[in-house]
Design a protein around this ligand. Structure first.
Ligand code: NCD
Length: 307
């Protein structure tokens, strides 16, 4: 099989395990390309891609843009802050205007859950979800699982602990789907107020005690508290949060093994991770960023070849 089972990448939920493996195998090839002196291939030479971002982004936006340029696509960028969205234009009108300029694919980040799905039903282009509200962030989960596979050989059978603001995190949900499809066991951990009430129905374990949960983890993925998605406070103070859920060398020193440490970025140093841990060789945060380009090249290439 050399094609994805879907015409858009809206979420991990509707991918099969073979889709994910195909992305990984394709990403392996692009990673090899990215290690060459000339890092560019002509694969998407006649394809035009619009990156439309209604929410702030550093890594994801740059990573998609670089992936597109390494594939020789033509790229246009749009940020809602400087656009006619502020003048009252609807999402479909904005995107159809962009498509009238003969755009083939749209990479979109939006603050509303379901925005990418909505768009895929209303416009003629292949849509890639670069994060929709607190719902899904599929390419992040693919690059996270790819980075685990790279370091630990396989994702199947690994015990992955996802820690922090599970409630508001699209990274958590997409990771849960991806890791489970690949055969890993997932535990989520954080203050009770930041764990969605029905999360166990997804087949994950819930842990409130971080130290206990760490003992069983092969991988620990530390998430940022998404203050921008909160209307009120979900825990008494940052100091208390750090005491219970911050990853520090003191906490890791109490374990008889060292798990692989991951973070999607942006890091709040001194909150979910101490600076010492963030910069340690057990943390693969910058490898995740590096792999993001190859994984996004794979996704764009596979979607474009099915158009
Ligand atoms: C994440 C996001 O935007 O959901 N970041 C990212 O894409 N690398 C996580 C976050 O903002 O905390």
């Amino acid at each position: 099989m050399s094609q994805l089972s879907v015409p858009h990448l809206l979420g991990i939920k509707n991918l099969t395990e073979s889709d994910i493996q195909l992305v990984f195998e394709t990403a392996d090839q692009f990673k090899e390309v990215l290690g060459r002196p000339i890092k560019k291939v002509p694969s998407l030479r006649d394809v035009t891609i619009a990156n439309i971002f209604f929410e702030n982004s550093t890594r994801t936006k740059l990573s998609f843009e670089l992936a597109e340029k390494r594939l020789s696509a033509d790229v246009i960028n749009f940020s809602a802050g400087q656009s006619s969205v502020k003048k009252g234009e609807t999402l479909v009108d904005t995107v159809n205007n962009i498509l009238a300029m003969k755009v083939d694919m749209v990479v979109m980040r939006h603050h509303h859950a379901g925005a990418a799905m909505f768009l895929s039903k209303h416009v003629k282009a292949s849509i890639v979800n670069a994060g929709d509200g607190a719902h899904e962030h599929p390419t992040q989960a693919l690059l996270d699982a790819y980075s685990i596979r790279e370091r630990l050989g396989d994702v199947a059978g690994k015990r992955v602990l996802i820690v922090g603001d599970i409630l508001h995190s699209r990274v958590a949900l997409s990771n849960i789907f991806a890791l489970q499809k690949l055969g890993a066991t997932v535990t989520v951990c954080g203050p009770q107020s930041l764990i969605p009430r029905y999360i166990e129905e997804l087949g994950v374990e819930v842990a409130i005690d971080f130290d206990q949960a760490l003992k069983k983890a092969d991988v620990v993925n530390m998430l940022r508290v998404q203050n921008e998605r909160m209307e009120y406070s979900y825990f008494p103070s940052t100091r208390e949060y750090v005491m219970q859920y911050g990853l520090t060398s003191e906490r890791l020193g109490r374990l008889d093994h060292t798990p692989l440490i991951m973070h999607p970025g942006p890091i709040n140093r001194g909150v979910e991770l101490s600076s010492e841990i963030a910069d340690s060789s057990d943390a693969i945060i910058l490898d995740q960023v590096e792999n993001g380009v190859a994984v996004r090249m794979a996704v764009l290439y596979l979607l474009a070849s099915a158009m």
